[in-house]
Design a protein around this ligand. Structure first.
Ligand SMILES: Nc1ncnc2c1ncn2[C@@H]1O[C@H](COP(=O)(O)OP(=O)(O)OP(=O)(O)O)[C@@H](O)[C@H]1O
Ligand SMILES: [Mg+2]
Length: 250
């Protein structure tokens, strides 16, 4: 006859998992889906399932060896710092664990990238209103996302709610006396809002209004020049630190 579970066994079965007790190798062994295969300058992003609970692992060691060794810890530190600063916000995943200096684990949100909603009916007006609310919420907490113009960083849940991921490029407001940083922060907040305009133009152009923010209006010519300098720095670091084979796939 099967024995009745003890009180302690029952408690353990309903207690949420302590994700911090798992090593990176153990977490990777429990991977069930790969959202993004690492390589070049890109990390592995994978779904981890343990005892029926799910979390997402972002592991910079999936990038090319030199890139992972030199840049991986910086990217991991940046993204975990942003998630820590946004603990109070529902707009982004929760940070669950940092198994080593190149990887972190975050809460899983059942969702699809906004570009991959095939059969899901979305009320775009409600969606974009909520997206703007969420973006303004993280700005209030002192963080500009700074990579929302890449639509793969906006996820949509089955209930039509936005979730923002990939905070590695974030910019923080900084101290009150730091006027330069404040000025830049406000510009980056505008860039975040311009991502909404970009997505509206693609998915629901009828919702674009005069109040929507357009990128050219934010920074003018100097801003566009700064952007292309940034893109060049990224290209150069990629060609120095990653292999040709993975660069071509990237
Ligand atoms: N917390 C999460 N919950 C559910 N899915 C997630 C989560 N985090 C990431 N993903 C999935 O993994 C994908 C890649 O994540 P992320 O953008 O952080 O990595 P990336 O290396 O920047 O990839 P990309 O270059 O494609 O943007 C997301 O577009 C999303 O589909
Ligand atoms: Mg991304």
């Amino acid at each position: 006859m099967p024995s009745t579970p003890t009180f302690i066994q029952l408690m353990i079965s309903v207690m949420p998992i302590d994700w911090t007790q798992y090593s990176l190798a153990e977490l990777r062994r429990h991977s069930t889906t790969v959202f993004r295969q690492g390589g070049g300058s890109r990390p592995d992003v994978m779904l981890i399932e343990i005892n029926g609970e799910k979390a997402v692992l972002k592991d910079q060691s999936g990038a090319d060896r030199v890139f992972a060794a030199l840049i991986g810890p910086i990217l991991n530190w940046r993204e975990t710092s942003a998630l820590r600063k946004l603990t109070a916000s529902d707009a982004v995943p929760n940070l669950l664990a940092v198994p080593n200096k190149r990887a972190f684990l975050m809460s899983y949100h059942e969702s699809r990238q906004i570009t991959k909603l095939v059969d899901q009916a979305i009320d775009w007006k409600d969606f974009f209103d909520l997206l703007e609310k969420r973006i303004r919420e993280i700005h209030k907490l002192g963080i500009a996302h700074n990579d929302l113009r890449n639509p793969t960083n906006t996820l949509v849940t089955p209930q039509g709610q936005p979730v923002l991921v990939d905070l590695v490029a974030y910019f923080s407001r900084g101290a009150r006396w730091n006027f330069v940083k404040h000025w830049l922060f406000n510009k980056f907040c505008q860039v975040d809002l311009s991502a909404i305009t970009k997505m509206k133009m693609r998915f629901a152009p009828e919702l674009v209004t005069e109040q929507d923010v357009h990128p050219e209006a934010i920074a003018g010519r100097s801003g566009m020049a700064a952007r292309s300098v940034g893109q060049w720095i990224r290209k150069i670091s990629k060609s120095l630190l990653t292999s040709r084979k993975t660069r071509e796939k990237d």
